[in-house]
Write a protein that binds this ligand. Structure first.
Ligand SMILES: Cc1ncc(COP(=O)(O)O)c(C=O)c1O
Length: 395
């Protein structure tokens, strides 16, 4: 069959390559610890499943309300006002099929062909594909590793933003806490971004699925809550990480009314016609009862981060800055790689049973970094660090 050249031209991801490589090693009998994946290893809390089951029994099997169940949007508006300080009502919220769908809907609704999205790097790998699918063009600017290493000032950031915003730039994509680096964007850097966005009349696409996974007492900040930003910010949230609900595919967008209206009255209507109501009712249960579970999982991620970073810092040749959020550790492996291709190093690590994601999956200039996911058991994390220490020696 002749198929779309545009879809065919989408590159396969580096993660798929690592998965394929690890199969080879597993077939040779090597037990591989999979730290390349980015999915919570917890299950969704039971009250979510019960809510969904009850909704199905109650007959919620018909077409959904297009923009999302009113009770869910009411509850989310309350959550966004209280927790995110975003002054919104249910009319500013639209329900999506997970965070990824929210990002696609946002980009598709905002961009005209050829308009640019400035992506701060390293970035979550799907975003560049989503920009392409929405007929946009990606522009990249290094950012999060400077935040992670605490050597990138907000003044420099503001200057770099100005230098990297061209006449076709319409959107800046920001993601804090960040996948893959675990960096949390400081208040003054958010302020710098607001200043430039207002001055240059840009849209901010703020991707916040890790809002609840944040450490060391830091408080998550939503850029839509900053003065003058609500009308130019689209915030994509998801239930996937906070409630370990990845498989239920539920997310939501908070944005200005003209954006929500256009996205839902056209794009959503003619593509999905809404999101299954029963899942949305399960999500209401998550919002009502989930605080303790969010905290339980957050605390577990923090403990894993603490012990894993400590163990990794003992390994010769690996430099490990401390992530402040999300469930990733982004480490500098330049010393180990030398001038070898990164996949030689990935193969070496698979030989000792450790699979990680190469940093270049998250931006070409991050060839000297790898991402470990801490959404894995403590035993696996410490086992992986011990295997690397055995292979490369102790610092
Ligand atoms: C930064 C970021 N944004 C969005 C998503 C998509 O989340 P979802 O699984 O809800 O589609 C992910 C998932 O890994 C992510 O890491």
């Amino acid at each position: 069959m002749k198929l779309s050249k545009k879809i065919e031209s989408i590159e396969k991801s580096d993660l798929a390559k690592v998965r394929l490589m690890s199969k080879d090693y597993e077939n040779r009998g090597i037990k591989v610890i999979h730290l390349e994946r980015g999915e919570p290893d917890f299950d969704a809390p039971p009250y979510v499943a019960e809510g969904i089951y009850q909704a199905l029994k109650d007959g919620y099997t018909h077409y959904p309300v297009l923009q999302g169940e009113p009770a869910l949007r009411e509850a989310l508006a309350e959550k966004c006002r209280q927790k995110n300080s975003i002054q919104c009502g249910p009319e500013h919220i639209g329900i999506t099929i997970g965070g990824m769908h929210g990002l696609y809907v946002s980009l598709r609704t905002v961009l005209n062909p050829g308009e640019e999205v400035l992506i701060l790097t390293p970035y979550w790998l799907s975003i560049s594909k989503l920009v392409g699918l929405a007929d946009g063009v990606c522009r990249y600017m290094p950012f999060y590793t400077g935040i992670l290493d605490e050597n990138y000032s907000s003044e420099q950031f503001e200057k770099d933003l100005r230098d990297n915003i061209g006449p076709k730039t319409r959107v800046v994509y920001i993601n804090s806490p960040n996948n893959p680096s675990g960096a949390v964007v400081p208040h003054e850097h958010l302020e710098a971004l607001c200043k430039v966005a207002i001055e240059k009349d840009l849209v901010i696409l703020s991707d916040e699925p890790y809002e609840d996974i944040i450490f060391d007492g830091l408080k998550h900040e939503s850029i839509a809550s900053f003065p003058g930003m609500f009308e130019r910010t689209i915030t994509c949230f998801a239930f996937s990480k906070s409630y370990a609900m990845t498989g239920l595919r539920l997310g939501y967008i908070v944005g200005p009314p003209d954006f929500i209206q256009l996205a839902w009255s056209r794009l959503i209507l003619y593509t999905t016609n809404g999101i299954p109501t029963a899942i949305q009712i399960g999500a209401i249960e998550a919002l009502r009862k989930g605080d303790a579970d969010i905290e339980r999982m957050r605390a577990a991620y923090q403990e894993r981060r603490d012990r894993f970073v400590e163990a990794l810092r003992r390994v010769k040749g690996i430099r490990t800055p401390m992530p402040k959020g999300a469930f990733y550790v982004f480490a500098d492996i330049s010393e180990l790689r030398g001038d070898r291709p990164i996949y030689d190093l990935i193969a070496d690590w698979l030989e000792v049973g450790v699979a990680v994601a190469p940093g270049k999956a998250f931006g070409a200039e991050h060839v000297d970094w790898v991402r470990f996911s801490t959404a894995s058991s403590m035993e696996d994390l410490l086992g992986a660090a011990a295997a690397l220490e055995k292979r490369y020696g102790t610092k």
